[in-house]
Design a protein around this ligand. Structure first.
Ligand code: KG4
Length: 372
């Protein structure tokens, strides 16, 4: 089999093209990482497919895969133009290889392989979650290790991140992700997809004390999450809501309940993390689409104040899916001398901490193994 170029000397500046196609965004970005770890985003283009999926109230995998095929050439060309670079200026290509909707993942990974082969560049097959894990480093210099809350449409996990590719899971959702709860409850309130931002907007005029919603896993000693009870309770209440004031009150109560659970579990994780890192700087990072929510961020900031952690969240544009985080994860791997070959496969399921996922089969475990 043809093999791809291996990473060069690890102590040099690296300019990497990143590709992200794991869900409903076709994204490309060029990121430059200097030898001392400084990061510069030279371009970041995100093409959304909202309009294609909106009539169905959620992402349709087949439509997403086709839309990625149609968009990827143009999005990559735009990213290269905006960076003011040619392919000869690149030191590597990084493409999301999972977890995600596999049709879309295959499009980006195949494109990355083609660029690597044609331009004799090393390829990095990036775990999308590792992209989210490093995303806060796009906006600030955050040293390892740190405690990470990864909270998006498909994920809700607390992880200890010791370095690139070195994550230990402290907790995960046993049913739905927080973003999924936002989206589904928003839908039952008649709000458009994606529901999180719409629900946040509606909640601004609501009173969260007007509805009493269930508080899941209260008193549990672990750091796991559960949102399905809240989702069912809120959907039932949404059916009975009769006017705009009540709708806003219910939205505010839902947002409060989700923020409270994220905050309660994070508090527990912070105490565990602090106990296992005596005398060390305590850093907390929140990443993923739900990190864009103001109430969630405020609750987590309070956790940091209470427990002596620093707080960081990626700039808003890097909270949701983007390719800059994939390019940076790729650059960090290349800097560590790690790359992949043409036999890298697209993976619908790919936990960051495989050992934890396998030892905890109730968590996000599907027919083909743990998702994330
Ligand atoms: O990270 P992301 O773009 O995609 C993945 O799921 O990988 O996250 C999207 C999720 C959606 O569930 C969306 O509703 C949620 O993040 N989200 C928000 C907000 N902005 C995005 N949830 C609550 N409040 C927001 N402002």
């Amino acid at each position: 089999m043809t093999t791809l170029k291996q990473p060069g000397p690890t102590q040099s500046t690296l300019t990497v093209l990143g590709l992200e196609t794991s869900c409903d965004e076709t994204a490309a970005s060029v990121v430059r990482r200097s030898a001392d770890g400084r990061v510069e985003v030279l371009s970041s283009i995100v093409g959304t497919q909202f309009e294609q999926h909106a009539p169905f109230g959620g992402v349709v995998p087949e439509i997403a895969a086709r839309a990625h095929v149609e968009a990827i050439d143009g999005v990559v060309a735009q990213a290269m133009r905006a960076a003011g670079l040619g392919f000869a200026d690149l030191d590597g290509v990084a493409a999301t290889a999972g977890p995600g909707l596999v049709g879309g993942v295959m499009v980006g990974l195949a494109f990355g392989k083609a660029v690597a082969l044609a331009r004799d560049l090393p390829l990095v097959a990036v775990n999308h979650l590792e992209g989210h894990a490093v995303s806060a480093r796009l906006g600030a210099e955050i040293a390892y290790p740190f405690l990470l809350l990864l909270v998006s449409g498909g994920l809700c996990q607390l992880l200890e991140v010791a370095g690139v590719g070195a994550c230990t899971r402290l907790g995960t959702t046993i049913d739905d992700a927080a973003g999924e709860a936002f989206d589904k409850i928003a839908k039952s309130l008649g709000l458009p997809y994606p529901g999180g931002p719409a629900l946040e907007k509606l909640a601004t005029s609501g009173d969260p004390t007007q509805f009493d919603l269930p508080r899941a896993l209260l008193g549990r000693k672990d750091c796991d999450f559960s949102f399905s009870g809240l989702k069912t309770a809120a959907a039932r209440l949404a059916e009975k809501v009769t006017n705009d004031t009540e709708r806003a009150d219910l939205a505010a109560a839902v947002q409060f309940a989700i923020a409270r659970q994220l905050s309660e579990r994070t508090d527990r994780a912070m105490k565990l993390y602090a106990a296992s890192h005596p005398g060390q700087a305590l850093r907390f990072v929140v990443a993923g689409g739900v990190a864009a929510n103001g109430a969630v961020k405020a609750a987590l900031r309070k956790n940091c104040d209470d427990n002596g952690f620093s707080f960081d969240a990626p700039p808003l544009v890097y909270c949701t899916d983007n390719a800059a985080m994939i390019a940076l994860a790729g650059a960090e791997r290349l800097a560590a001398g790690i790359s992949d070959d043409l036999d890298a496969v697209a993976r619908p399921r790919w936990p960051l901490d495989e050992a934890a996922a396998l030892s905890h089969p109730s968590n996000n475990f599907g027919r083909k193994g743990a998702k994330a």
